[in-house]
Design a protein around this ligand. Structure first.
Ligand SMILES: Nc1ncnc2c1ncn2[C@@H]1O[C@H](COP(=O)(O)OP(=O)(O)OP(=O)(O)O)[C@@H](O)[C@H]1O
Ligand SMILES: [Mg+2]
Length: 347
């Protein structure tokens, strides 16, 4: 199969099919799609009404017969048909962006480290039925590390922690392979749930998912801030059933998401504990690199650095690391050969 890799990949696509966001990369134009992984479906007719940004605007605001579906849960496909349609929509749109008539593309796509054969096959099949001629599966953490320009193929270890919406992946990479790792189903969505729960318990107010996420992004932090921040959140009063607003501050949000953050930190520490000592010393030298949207939480780098006593930095543009890594592999077939994970049907 590697002979097929000899052709140039320029019309081909790198894809990050995330729980929260899907991104598509073309060699010619870089990132052409960066939209939420959401599809709005009319449940009466099964018709797809909108995908991505347009569908996200409908989340939580749809009438009974319109459902906003998130076809991925915790990093893996939970609704195959909808995922396939969503991918097809994004692939078609990516091709429209590049103004040429495209043959069926080859696709490099990231998958979580702990996927089952069935889940792996689902990603492959979804990409194929969405129009891909050939599908190359790579580990998302590997893609993130490549996107963050870490020396993944060298005989030196690096640690990448990708904190997404549904999953946190902690991996130690050396010589083109993942040598130690942990995947948690605890990530950005869990922090949003923590905030929702806090507001409900503290104020008897039910807030929407997007309000919780916005609160986290606007005033969330892992360590104390120089200047305190607060914001007004609106939801439904659970006693009176009427809308009500309350003000919460960064300290309360920190308290709410604290459990989730310590779970991430503890797992980074325990991954280091099972990493061979020579590799730990490499990691100490290069530092730990954070990727994924969760890396943008204020002070998270500092918190992890303090807990592990290892320098930590946030990758440039952490939300796009995985897709940029997949994109780099479109034009570096030597590296792709090194890091490719076997497709489901080959096993
Ligand atoms: N500035 C920010 N501060 C804190 N969290 C943020 C920020 N920006 C984005 N996020 C969070 O990052 C998460 C999305 O990250 P990302 O796009 O990397 O996830 P994903 O790749 O779709 O999910 P997964 O990798 O789990 O499948 C969301 O939970 C979002 O709320
Ligand atoms: Mg991701």
């Amino acid at each position: 199969m590697f002979n097929k890799l000899l052709g140039k990949f320029s019309k081909d696509l790198g894809i990050d099919l995330g729980t929260k966001n899907t991104l598509v990369y073309t060699e010619e134009k870089g990132i052409v799609i960066n939209e939420p992984s959401v599809v709005a479906v009319n449940t009466r007719t099964d018709e797809i009404l909108a995908v991505g940004n347009e569908a996200k605007r409908m989340v939580g605001k749809t009438p009974g017969h319109i459902q906003a579906i998130k076809p991925l849960v915790d990093g893996v496909i939970s609704d195959f048909e909808v995922t396939e349609k969503m991918l097809k929509y994004f692939i078609d749109k990516a091709h429209q962006e590049s103004f040429t008539l495209m043959p069926r593309p080859r696709v490099v796509i990231g998958i979580p480290l702990d996927v089952t054969e069935v889940e792996k096959k689902a990603v492959e099949d979804a990409a194929k039925s969405a129009g891909a001629r050939e599908v190359f599966l790579i580990e998302e953490s590997m893609a993130a590390a490549i996107g963050a320009r870490l020396p993944v193929a060298e005989p030196t270890a690096t640690m990448i922690v990708d904190i997404g919406g549904g999953t946190t992946e902690i991996s130690v990479i050396s010589l083109g392979g993942v040598v130690a790792w942990k995947t948690l189903r605890t990530a950005g969505n869990t922090m949003d749930q923590n905030i929702t729960q806090y507001v409900r318990e503290e104020f008897n107010i039910l807030i929407g998912e997007q309000v919780a996420e916005k609160t986290k992004i606007m005033i969330g932090s892992a360590t104390e801030l120089k200047e305190s921040m607060d914001m007004e959140v609106r939801g439904r009063d659970l006693i009176h059933g009427l809308p009500r607003a309350v003000t919460i501050n960064d300290a309360k949000v920190r308290e709410a998401i604290g459990r989730t953050l310590s779970q991430i930190v503890e797992n980074i520490k325990s991954t280091l504990e099972v990493t061979p000592p020579e590799l730990v010393s490499d990691i100490y030298e290069h530092g730990i690199v954070l990727a994924g949207g969760g890396a943008l939480l204020r002070g998270l780098d500092k918190e992890i650095a303090e807990a592990t006593k290892i320098p930590v930095r946030v990758a440039d543009d952490p939300l796009t690391c995985v897709v940029r890594g997949a994109g780099i592999l479109l034009s570096d077939k030597e590296l792709l050969d090194k890091v490719l994970t076997p497709g489901a049907e080959e096993l």
